[in-house]
Design a protein around this ligand. Structure first.
Ligand SMILES: Cc1ncc(COP(=O)(O)O)c(C=O)c1O
Length: 380
């Protein structure tokens, strides 16, 4: 089976949402099959019919995540303060529900992963937006001004950042620490993209900033790095003691837990599959460079800054004449499915998010369609 045949036979959202004439480069799943050792660990449970109450891997995830975070990111998290969740957003919602009140302001840097806004507003909390520059950086004065005006309760960061692919700098963490101390903020650091930092860039965990350590909720997962989003498993570390106390007091089943199959998969990823991740990062770096070269040569009016982490690229199409909803037009006219920048909130209009985690021939076809679309549209 060729790669494209395998992908077209998958039942996942990415390859089934649109018809067979459309190439999907939108949702944040990779086209690469996960490391076979992960599938083997899950198959092993299935082959034995080992589907009863089974906590073997789940119980070990805190230790395994602890070792992973120390080895890869240089932080020594406390295993007593780690909790399992069925996803990164499950962790965010659960903490928001227990630790904030309806109407409370939650800071996000926009544009950002579109579900953040839904999570905040779905829980009747209020979005407090801080604008990012097109390169993904923010102005500390904007952060101060917005926080002084809105008196928020928490800050929710995608760190590294989806969709710009930027890793947060020590200076930015220091600016966040200033404001967090002044307003006594809880800091959510969603680090699901951390393991896909692309050399020479390195992820700096928020909890490594000493002034943020005791107010940070660190959220990690194998879902993005190992292409396991469907397993629904994430970890959170509560550096923030009041959050730890609230979860200790909360009923167990309100929080829930991932399945034994998920836990086996994630356990295997973090304990055996680092070489797969390294090879995948190298391929992503090759792909982002390839996209850069082709855009420079064939569509130089597309704004592009290669990601520092992850496989999502954030393309500025405002000089192309494709209008405010370019993804809609590209899908309709060129059968390429991208994420519309507008969905990512303020500052996203006129951009698209393109996923490059695919095979070279598919990536070239994706770029062919993109280049045809922007060149046909001309300039604004
Ligand atoms: C920053 C960020 N957080 C959370 C998620 C979703 O994570 P989960 O499926 O574990 O809730 C994504 C998915 O792309 C993401 O980019």
């Amino acid at each position: 089976m060729s790669d494209i045949e395998r992908l077209r036979s998958t039942l996942g959202h990415k390859w089934t949402k649109h018809g067979p004439d459309v190439l999907p480069a939108f949702v944040a799943d990779m086209d690469f099959a996960p490391d076979p050792r992960i599938g083997a660990a899950i198959s092993d449970l299935l082959d034995r019919g080992d589907l009863g109450y089974l906590f073997h891997h789940l119980d070990q995830l805190p230790e395994v995540w602890h070792g992973w975070m120390r080895r890869r990111h240089g932080v020594d998290l406390d295993v007593e303060r780690m909790w399992n969740f069925t996803g990164a957003l499950h962790a965010v919602e659960a903490v928001l529900q227990l630790m904030t009140q309806p109407g409370d302001g939650i800071v996000i840097f926009t544009p950002v992963y579109h579900v953040f806004q839904k999570v905040i507003e779905g829980g009747s909390r209020t979005v407090v937006g801080v604008p990012l520059a097109p390169d993904g950086s923010f102005d500390p004065d904007d952060l101060d001004r917005v926080c002084d005006a809105a008196s928020p309760k928490a800050i929710l960061m995608s760190q590294p950042h989806n969709p710009t692919g930027r890793v947060t700098t020590p200076d930015e963490l220091a600016a966040i620490a200033d404001v967090a101390e002044r307003h006594d903020l809880i800091v959510f650091s969603d680090e699901v993209w951390a393991d896909l930092a692309l050399a020479p860039h390195r992820h700096l965990p928020t909890v490594a900033e000493p002034r943020l350590a005791d107010r940070t909720i660190t959220i990690g997962a194998a879902s993005k790095a190992f292409n396991l989003a469907g397993l629904s498993c994430a970890m959170a570390h509560f550096g923030h003691e009041p959050t730890q106390a609230a979860f200790d007091a909360a009923p167990d089943h309100l929080i829930g837990r991932p399945s034994s199959l998920s836990a086996a998969g994630v356990f295997t990823a973090w304990s055996e599959c680092e070489d797969w991740l390294e090879a995948t990062c190298r391929q992503i770096a090759v792909n982002t460079t390839h996209l850069e070269r082709r855009l420079l040569a064939e569509a130089p009016h597309v704004g592009y800054r290669p990601p520092e982490a992850g496989y999502l690229t954030w393309l500025d199409l405002r000089q192309t004449g494709l209008g405010d909803m370019p993804a809609e037009r590209i899908l309709e006219d060129h059968k390429l499915a991208l994420n519309e920048g507008d969905e990512f909130g303020v500052g996203g209009t006129g951009f698209v998010r393109l996923n490059v985690a695919t095979y070279p021939d598919i990536l070239d076809e994706v770029i062919d369609r993109l280049v045809a679309a922007v060149n046909k549209a001309g300039s604004p």
